[in-house]
Write a protein that binds this ligand. Structure first.
Ligand SMILES: [Zn+2]
Length: 112
């Protein structure tokens, strides 16, 4: 738990989503599903994904109508929200989006 405390205490240090974080987020009881959402991918108002953490109810939902690369990046985005929640860090959409884009590049740049 020391490592988690260190992460929480270093407010200016942006968290890095690791495989261990993925495992821990799933072990926390997240329900993760890729499904068709009501919104239409072809208009500009479609939802990419949703992160819900209401204590007992933890969910990550991904819009399955998006292309594979967008689904991948959205999964990273929503897991960053879950990580922020786990660390007790205030959600910051801009930070989460830039971290997800960075992680996506790191994972898939050479392997589209
Ligand atoms: Zn978001």
């Amino acid at each position: 738990m020391k490592k988690l405390e260190d992460k929480v205490n270093s407010k200016n240090h942006l968290p890095n989503l690791t495989l261990k974080d993925f495992v821990d987020i799933l072990a926390d009881g997240y329900h993760v599903e890729t499904l068709r959402m009501i919104s239409n991918y072809n208009n500009n108002t479609y939802l990419c994904g949703i992160h819900i953490d209401e204590g007992d109810k933890k969910e990550i939902l991904i819009n399955r109508d998006m292309p594979l690369n967008e689904r991948r990046e959205t999964i990273l985005h929503e897991f960053y929200h879950a990580l922020y929640s786990r660390l007790g860090r205030k959600q910051n959409e801009k930070e989460v989006e830039s971290l997800a884009q960075k992680k996506y590049k790191e994972l898939y740049n050479d392997k589209p």
